[in-house]
Write a protein that binds this ligand. Structure first.
Ligand code: BGC
Ligand code: NOJ
Length: 826
């Protein structure tokens, strides 16, 4: 069942009922000011840091789930409704929500009155603009009352939802003309305030929540709205809000447009107040308001936003026989990658914005998805991340975006972390041809006095693996190895201990983690990423170092084949007792997805057919109608030696959930092995546009990936196997976005930036006649046509560039111009 449709020409998803199976959200903002907005206008905004500078309040895990947002209430002679249906939930005569690139338009109609609200954050602007267009579509005049509503958060979101004994007494506001200012703590230690304005006169306002809503009422029936009049209340302690009240009369056919702005202002300390030393200096706010105080200015702001997205999305676009692929590649997957760049894992409807900072491994992987769109910002991001690395090549697992410093509370020793940086730096160079990033002096642990070149950082990353091998010459598993929930040194039996940061005293004595537990996943990630490092060294003429690194990769491949090939697939790990994990010999969790794809792409044991055996085993044991489960069979008991993984009921999260992130690695591997049909089958099982038809089962947004989909075992714990099979969770902020972008664009469609230029090596469904792609790359634009006359999956037999045949399948680099590339498969 669907709850809307894609409008590809406008790059929008159009939701046609407010009763989606979960709130379906969008993000506004790309620079400093961000908003989350659901299809019923729920959500909140913040400036830069969702925890430390939260502007409006939101209560997570609420009942109903999506309560609180920016709401417009209409009281039309006693009929009370919202354009977005919620929170009043009066049935509307029509409803529509259009989520577009950085904007959302929600339109509701009731009794011939239409209210359409466009929400967006303009470029270079610290505020959310809300344009409300009210139209009387009836034949007689209409008088009604309009109320706006936003609830202020007292800045620090964590403190705001815990420290009530203080917070109920600190709220402060100011009202001047049609602007409501939120100034809690502004007089004291804060140099920022927020405001909510409207570009017209008002007939009243409210700034005190209880006066507006009433102590025994809710968002669904605020007293002031029921009474049809604002109370002109002043918040003083308790909970400050902002609500404008306006009485409006519209003749038949008449339209009235109002522009509301929810803005954020920072002030220099000596300019905070007017001459009286008390009243807020409003100059900056008034300038901001001035910028978008007419519908024309709003239109210009929207056009500017659209132009920015045209540019970002114009770098890569494709025309394939499948319109779902086109809308993923051209629009939504790229859009999601930009959102993960902006938000990392901080604020979504599943991430509270007060938890994690930026992840080392997460941020490096995110780079892969957006480096073609914003190479300069990717470069900056890579250097920020690398600056938190430690001298021995280890890394802080997370860092805080505001300070850019490694997070000591979480610490390091996550065994895969350093390797992802080799991948992100390589991806950056492959995209841009900018080798100078390697010469950049980058600190360790943010200490510039011990800075070394980025190349050296890659070196310590590579050798951090080599220097930390276990008994089989395989990488030590340490605290977790991509899979947060495989914690082989943890052995926790005490509630509340973090599986990721708690280490059993036995291992602590050995230096923090078991010297026996080994990760086959990290081994294969090493053999997959390592060749990039070797290629970089060769390019720099460092042949001896390249040979040395290559020898380590070769040795690792040998060890994996010798000690970790289980006959039909690769093991997952050796645990701290030296027992196999992810083996035929295991009772549960016999096969895991993670090491398999990278092993195949590293061609480990290819001469013995290990690659095809492995891929076939995945198909046989992990494949389901909704995607590939992470492991099989799921764990049904607590395995203390594995850590967190078996704490989840079977079918969820890392315990046999469908982790869309590493489904992509298998898609890549199938494509790599030339099995384009299989690659595409797996791709289309999880790509959101393809799950749209089953939105009632999938539940989360059909335009973006979630981290996880319930696996075939979901529900088995309560004797209802399959109950939540296919149900998506944790949408938006996930490494899935980047990896599936890589899988479809570079592996299936085969448009691959490489060190020497743009390589074209598709691995597509055999039934396709071909496809077209347009790709801007290092200053030139390539219009690529792929022909597939023999209906093969893979194999370039001929390539012409501007009519001339070239050898191989790497387009010779041009620095500018537009070039026609024709590729024939056969
Ligand atoms: C959870 C994992 C999850 C990770 C990131 C961990 O605390 O246990 O299941 O994948 O956080 O969300
Ligand atoms: C989400 C985390 O952000 C990521 O770092 C991890 O690799 C996956 N969960 C798998 O556990």
């Amino acid at each position: 069942m669907k709850f809307g449709y894609f409008d590809d020409a406008k790059r929008e998803y159009v939701i046609t009922t407010p009763r989606t199976p979960y709130p379906w959200i969008n993000y506004l903002g790309t620079q400093g000011f961000f908003s989350l907005i659901s299809n019923t206008a729920g959500g909140y905004c913040f400036y830069k840091d969702a925890r430390l500078r939260r502007i409006t309040r939101y209560r997570y895990n609420n009942v109903p789930i999506d309560m609180g947002g920016r709401y417009f209430y209409i009281n039309d002679n006693g009929t009370i409704w919202n354009p977005g249906w919620s929170p009043v939930k009066t049935e509307l005569d029509s409803y529509e929500c259009r989520h577009g690139m950085g904007y959302t338009i929600i339109t509701g109609k009731k009794d011939s009155l239409k209210a359409s609200v466009t929400f967006f954050v303009p470029q270079n602007y610290n505020g959310e603009v809300q344009q409300v267009v009210l139209t009387n579509e009836g034949t007689s005049s209409k008088s009604f009352k309009l109320f706006s509503f936003a609830e202020w958060c007292l800045w620090d979101a964590q403190d705001d939802c815990t420290n009530f004994q203080r917070n109920f007494s600190t709220g402060r506001v100011e009202v001047k003309d049609s602007v409501i200012y939120h100034k809690t703590e502004y007089r004291d230690r804060r140099n920022h305030y927020a405001f909510y304005s409207v570009n017209d006169t008002i007939d009243g306002y409210d700034t005190d929540r209880d006066s507006f809503i009433g102590l025994y009422n809710g968002f669904n029936n605020p007293e002031a709205v029921l009474n049809g009049k604002a109370t002109n209340s002043f918040a003083d302690g308790w909970s400050p809000i902002a609500s404008h009240y306006k009485e409006i009369t519209l003749a038949p056919g008449e339209t009235k447009t109002l522009v509301f702005i929810l803005g954020y202002v920072e002030m220099p300390v000596d300019e905070k107040f007017e001459a009286d030393g008390k009243t807020i200096n409003k100059v900056k706010a008034l300038e901001m308001i001035e910028k978008y105080n007419t519908p024309e200015k709003v239109q210009a702001g929207l056009a500017e936003l659209k132009a920015a997205w045209d540019k970002l999305l114009g770098i890569l676009s494709v025309e394939t026989p499948n319109d779902k692929v086109d809308r993923m590649v051209n629009i939504w997957n790229q859009y999601q990658c930009m959102v993960t760049f902006n938000l990392s894992r901080s604020a979504s409807y599943f991430e509270s914005g007060i938890g994690r900072g930026m992840g080392f491994r997460d941020s490096n992987q995110d780079i892969l998805g957006f480096v073609h769109q914003i190479p300069d910002r990717a470069r900056e991001r890579i250097i920020d991340i690398a600056s938190t690395q430690l001298q021995d090549g280890g890394c802080y697992h997370q860092y805080q975006p505001l300070t850019k410093k490694g997070n000591a509370d979480i610490g390091g020793d996550f065994s895969d972390d350093p390797l992802w940086m080799i991948l992100s730096v390589s991806a950056y160079i492959k995209e841009t041809g900018d080798w100078t990033i390697l010469d950049e002096m980058v600190p360790y642990d943010n200490d510039m006095s011990v800075a070394e070149t980025m190349l050296k950082h890659l070196d310590v990353s590579f050798y951090h693996i080599v220097n930390n091998l276990g008994p089989h010459g395989l990488p030590l598993a340490m605290r977790a190895d991509w899979n947060d929930c495989i914690n082989l040194s943890c052995y926790s039996d005490t509630p509340g201990e973090s599986f990721q940061t708690y280490t059993n005293p036995k291992f602590k004595a050995e230096g923090g983690y078991s010297k026996i537990a080994e990760s086959i996943f990290v081994a294969t990630l090493f053999t997959y990423t390592g060749p990039n490092y070797v290629a970089i060294l060769k390019h720099l003429g460092k042949n001896a170092e390249a040979a040395k690194a290559q020898a380590e990769i070769d040795k690792m491949k040998e060890n994996v084949m010798k000690y970790a090939f289980d006959g039909d697939w690769f093991l997952r790990a050796y645990d701290a007792t030296g027992a196999k994990m992810g083996s035929k010999e295991c009772e549960e969790g016999k096969i895991f997805i993670e090491p398999q794809g990278f092993a195949v792409m590293s061609e480990i044991g290819k001469d013995q057919g290990a690659d095809i055996k492995t891929l076939n085993s995945i198909d046989k044991y992990l494949n389901t109608k909704f995607g590939l489960v992470l492991n099989n069979p799921c764990f049904t008991k607590y395995y203390i030696q594995y850590g967190e993984i078996s704490t989840y009921p079977g079918g969820y999260k890392e315990n046999a959930g469908i982790f869309t992130h590493n489904n992509a690695w298998i898609i890549c591997a199938e494509a790599y092995a030339g099995r384009g049909d299989k690659a595409f089958e797996y791709y289309s099982k999880i790509a959101p546009a393809f799950t749209e038809e089953t939105s009632d089962i999938h539940k989360t947004e059909p335009y973006v990936y979630g981290q996880m989909i319930g696996g075939k075992d979901a529900g088995s714990d309560v004797g209802q196997t399959g109950k939540n099979f296919g149900q998506g969770k944790n949408s938006w902020l996930t490494g899935t976005a980047a990896w599936n972008m890589v899988a479809i664009s570079q592996y299936i469609l085969g448009i691959q930036p490489d060190f020497d230029g743009l390589k074209v090596d598709p691995s597509i469904p055999a039934e396709w006649n071909g496809f077209k792609a347009s790709r801007q790359f290092r200053g030139a634009t390539y219009n690529i046509t792929i022909n597939n006359p023999k209906h093969v999956c893979k194999g370039v037999v001929n390539m012409t560039v501007d009519g001339k045949t070239v050898m191989g399948n790497v387009i010779p680099p041009f620095e500018n111009g537009t070039h026609d590339v024709v590729v024939t498969l056969g």
